[in-house]
Design a protein around this ligand. Structure first.
Ligand code: ZN
Length: 509
């Protein structure tokens, strides 16, 4: 594997998308220096307000009616700020200023607590990796401490420590159940789960396979698993072969041929490009856009897009992944405010009900991807989840995401009920550490969050469409298995699909 940081930072698209995410941080550090309390519009209790004005405090409650702490510190800081911002946009800042509103959110406070603790503990653990050389949170806190109480606080540099973000949504409505916007709202107000755009890396690859399955291929399709020239993809090292960082294994071995099922679950980069070329880049991009991703500049035209050269936000990735447990149907949004009532209890805003949404893939493709991403936890890049990290015994599907320069580590996955996307990386474009793999840096926290969500949401098995055709295929030929075939897998096809008998092992040929 090679570190391609130099080539990546030269790409203008990437630099722009990173820079967009850095600008608000610079701004935030200035605001923070002035004191974040100055933006607290909810601080309207009668003892603080001018006489005759702002007598009633607005309240924010979670989805169970429990009050969310009105604080920019702690586990709810980013949520508090997003809700405050959206509520003022909905109601109008002057109206809102009169106070007395009850803002009902979609947040589950228990899941928020688990999710925040899991991500913050995880990112702190990554900082302790022997190969980690970046600024640590503790180092930044020491710098901050030196400026405390002094006029130089306004010149406090923006933090450069490792960051994290996470979003957990309800698959039925898209409602945000929990989210983490960063490690410390007081250091940077910039919400990485909403506004951050980070290089997708191999988190993108399910959309390559989904496009293939929509265009004549299926999980049994045989792909060549042999080295590919780096020039074909222009990602990672351009001399020599395309790296296999997506396999999450520094000792990756080529297997000559693999099925599409194996290639996705095991995170094979070259094989992904091969099926992607068959599916057609335009089809892949169109599908991903329908699912909710946004592409920038010329990236739609290059093979590197198939391995996640594009940048996305966590909420976009969550929306896009949710098409698979939603049988192909897309989500319009990921709301966090469900209703706002005024001081008299009248509803002044209600999040519009979810309309019947457009389909990004059909139900057969959706099930096929579900089935492949379940394999990630059995034989693929996420198998440590059950072997080491304590993932519960419930139906779950997911995918690691690692970039060629190890700058961004992701895990995205779902049950039938919820979808969770977790990310670790720097706000600046830099390597987390050499060969940082998402199965080690992000997956342990993702498992904790999903275990907590599973306890209260009762996930159901992913079921094939009732009219799908069940077949047993030979994984050497990708054709119907016969008695002599050695390795086989069960696949579900669209009605009307037909396969030949295995030409390698069938005695009749
Ligand atoms: Zn066979």
């Amino acid at each position: 594997m090679t570190n391609s940081e130099e080539t990546e930072t030269k790409n203008p698209i990437l630099v722009i998308s990173r820079f967009n995410s850095i600008l608000p941080i610079l701004f935030v550090s200035i605001v923070t220096g002035l004191g974040v309390g100055t933006i607290d519009l909810f601080a309207q209790s009668s003892d603080q307000a001018p006489v005759g004005k702002r007598e009633v405090v607005s309240r924010i409650v979670d989805r169970n009616g429990a009050e969310i702490e009105r604080s920019l510190t702690g586990r709810f800081g980013y949520i508090y700020e997003q809700v405050r911002r959206e509520a003022t946009e909905i109601i109008g800042i002057e109206e809102f200023d009169s106070g007395g509103f009850l803002i009902e959110t979609t947040i589950d406070s228990d899941l928020q607590t688990v999710a925040t603790d899991a991500m913050l503990d995880q990112v702190a653990a990554v900082e302790k990796h022997p190969a980690f050389t970046g600024q640590t949170l503790v180092e930044y806190q020491e710098i901050k401490e030196k400026h405390r109480g002094s006029s130089s606080i306004a010149r406090l540099p923006a933090p450069k420590y490792l960051q994290t973000a996470m979003i957990l949504i309800d698959n039925e409505t898209g409602a945000v159940l929990a989210k983490v916007g960063g490690r410390d709202f007081q250091d940077t107000m910039f919400d990485r789960s909403e506004m951050g755009r980070f290089t997708e890396g191999t988190i993108f690859t399910p959309f390559v396979y989904a496009a293939a399955f929509e265009n004549g291929f299926f999980p049994g399709t045989i792909l060549s698993d042999t080295p590919m020239s780096g020039k074909k993809v222009m990602l990672g090292s351009l001399s020599g072969n395309l790296g296999e960082w997506g396999a999450e294994d520094v000792n990756h071995r080529y297997e000559k041929t693999v099925t599409a099922r194996e290639a996705l679950a095991k995170g094979k980069n070259a094989a992904t490009i091969r099926i992607g070329e068959k599916a057609g880049l335009q089809n892949i991009v169109a599908l991903a856009e329908t699912a909710g991703l946004t592409f920038f500049g010329d990236l739609k035209k290059f093979n590197a897009t198939m391995l996640g050269r594009n940048s996305s936000s966590l909420s976009e990735i969550a929306k896009a992944y949710s098409i698979f447990p939603r049988q192909g149907a897309t989500l319009k949004s990921t709301p966090i405010i469900s209703r706002i009532r005024d001081a008299k209890g009248n509803t002044v805003y209600k999040n519009p009900a979810v309309e019947s949404a457009e389909k990004a893939v059909d139900q057969y493709t959706a099930f096929q991807i579900n089935s492949l991403l379940v394999d990630s936890f059995k034989t693929g890049t996420a198998k440590k989840a059950r072997e080491i990290y304590g993932l519960g015994d419930y139906p779950v599907a997911g995918k690691t995401g690692t970039t060629s320069g190890f700058t961004d580590n992701w895990f995205a996955g779902y049950t039938s009920r919820v979808t969770c996307v977790a990310w670790i990386g720097f706000d600046q474009q830099r390597e987390i550490y050499s060969n940082a793999l998402s199965s080690e840096t992000v997956l342990p926290a993702w498992v904790k969050i999903m275990n907590a969500a599973a306890k209260i949401t009762n996930p159901q098995p992913f079921q094939p469409p009732s009219d799908a055709v069940k077949v047993e295929i030979c994984t050497d030929s990708g054709e119907l298995a016969c008695e002599k075939c050695q390795e086989t897998s069960v696949e579900f096809l669209r009605p009307g699909s037909s396969l030949k008998a295995c030409h390698i092992h069938d005695p009749g040929l």
